[in-house]
Write a protein that binds this ligand. Structure first.
Ligand code: ADP
Length: 489
């Protein structure tokens, strides 16, 4: 906006009309005092100031403007009819004017001058604004740098206090911080600790995960520099994302050597115990069958019922011990897979038949949607049937309110997928991955349903050995679908 300051209303009127005809926004003041009040309140791009005014004259007004930071930068054009001499003109410039125009005014010249000063002032205002926002940004950045640095220091202090080896890497995978414990296992702060020759290479495993931007979890033996002993550690490395980009990685090595030793002892005990239990159990089973045949009991008699119940319990014991033996076979790498081209749908039918025989009539309803009836694929029939029986038993066991189970197959050019769906209690989201771990049972259901938590572990090992995949989807209260896939070749 342009401010015209003149004590003469006619002058103001004609000048205002002239400027408004060129679309300049205009404000007016009748005296120097009024002009000063307005200039301190509003923002003007230009002031056209009459020199001769009663009270403060134009020069005094300009000098006063120069004393206020808000007004000192506003360009001023003096207008004068009387003081056309050089000394007045000089004083005009000295008091802060940009130009000195004498009356009578040539409207075209005045307009050109106004336009130039107006534009100049607009540009300088815009530049000032940009400079201010830049300064603000720089200041903001400086402040956030300071807070970031103190946050990083705090974070490093926390890592230092951890009972684990802790370290961080930058986005390129270069180690950029290690805590004190690191040096028990590595001589430099750049190289990972040395892994046991029989274990996976830490750098290679990390690079594999880095390419995918996924966290790494690895059990690995690393060498203590002082003692030269290898100790089992759980290595965890997690990416820290900023948007879609991995900014850095945070890693820890947790010493699990003692835990591993206890686990090994426990596995050995289980292996010995299940082997030792298996022999007498097989004898009991055989003698019970002999007894059953010899006694020739009436099927309706209570004694026949007792024999049946004993045989039932022997069978349950047998399944438990066989599962424990399987676990120790897996631990020792002795779970052998015997693959032969086999019809998967037939194996599913057999498994369903076995389940139906061991459950009371009408207690379960199993639907089988056989989609690939003639397909032969290479797998171990006994082991895959074991997986199916496990899935089906669980589907029934964990569905106390609904006896319906659906088995579906699906095949594409690479693999066949078998899914078993129930409408039972379901499994919470965050516990779904864990159900394939050894001895894992979902807490919420472990009291209500009997089990040891090893069935799914064995299943996952069997499927792993077939180079297939295993998984589930589940909604609590609605049911679960467990599936496995087998490669066609
Ligand atoms: P177990 O049934 O002997 O406990 P599993 O290894 O077969 O052992 O299963 C592990 C856990 O997974 C079970 O304890 C149970 O909590 C959960 N689970 C397995 N199958 C189902 C299912 N169909 N519905 C709900 N929970 C299931």
């Amino acid at each position: 906006m342009i401010l015209i300051v003149d004590d003469n209303q006619n002058n103001i009127y004609s000048l205002k009309k002239l400027l408004e005809s060129k679309d300049f926004p205009v404000d007016t003041a009748n005296s120097g005092e009024e002009a000063l009040g307005k200039a301190l309140k509003n923002n003007y791009a230009l002031i056209i100031l009459d020199v001769q005014m009663p009270g403060m004259d134009g020069f005094e007004v300009a000098e006063t403007f120069a004393g206020y930071s808000k007004t000192k930068e506003i360009p001023i054009i003096f207008l004068s009819a009387v003081n056309t001499e050089k000394r007045f003109i000089t004083r005009g410039y000295a008091s802060g004017g940009m130009d000195y125009v004498t009356k009578p005014v040539d409207p075209e010249i005045l307009l050109l001058k106004v336009k130039t000063f107006y534009n100049l002032q607009e540009q300088s205002l815009a530049m000032k604004k940009t400079q201010q926002s830049l300064e603000l940004e720089v200041q903001g950045r400086r402040e956030s740098q300071v807070t970031m640095k103190s946050e990083i220091d705090h974070f490093h202090l926390m890592l230092e206090g951890l009972p684990q080896i802790a370290f961080t890497l930058n986005g390129e995978g270069i180690v950029d911080f290690v805590n004190g414990r690191w040096y028990q296992y590595s001589a430099t702060d750049k190289d990972f600790p040395e892994a046991h020759p029989d274990d996976l290479n830490i750098r290679e495993e990390f690079e594999r995960c880095r390419k995918k931007g996924k966290a790494l979890e690895l059990e690995v033996r690393i060498k203590n520099i002082e003692t030269g002993d290898y100790r089992y550690h759980l290595l965890r490395m997690s990416p820290v994302y900023e948007g879609d980009i991995v900014k850095n990685w945070v890693g820890t090595f947790t010493d699990i050597d003692d835990q591993k030793k206890v686990e090994k002892e426990k596995d050995e005990f289980l292996s010995i115990a299940s082997h030792e239990l298996k022999t007498p159990l097989t004898s009991i089973k055989a003698y019970m069958q002999l007894l059953d045949r010899k006694l020739k009991l009436d099927k309706e008699s209570p004694e026949a019922n007792y024999v049946l119940k004993v045989q039932d319990q022997i069978e349950k014991l047998n399944v438990l011990i066989t599962d424990l033996l399987d676990v120790s076979k897996i631990e020792n790498g002795k779970l052998k897979i015997n693959k032969k081209p086999t019809n998967i749908e037939k194996v599913i039918d057999n498994a369903i038949e076995t389940i139906l025989q061991t459950h009371e009539e009408n207690k379960v309803r199993i639907q089988h949607h056989a989609v690939v009836p003639d397909l032969l694929i290479p797998f171990d029939e006994i082991r895959i049937e074991q997986v199916l029986i496990n899935f089906l038993t669980n589907a029934i066991k964990y569905s106390p309110e609904n006896n319906q189970v659906i088995v579906t197959t699906f095949a594409d050019e690479d693999e066949v997928k078998v899914s078993i769906t129930d409408f039972g209690i379901g499994i919470p989201d965050f516990k779904q991955d864990a159900v394939f771990r050894k001895f894992y049972r979902v807490e919420e259901s472990s009291l209500q349903f009997q089990g040891m938590g090893i069935g799914l572990y064995i299943c996952s090992e069997i499927i792993k050995q077939h180079h297939g995949t295993i998984g589930l989807s589940s909604i609590v209260g609605e049911g679960s679908t467990f599936y496995f896939t087998l490669p066609l070749n």
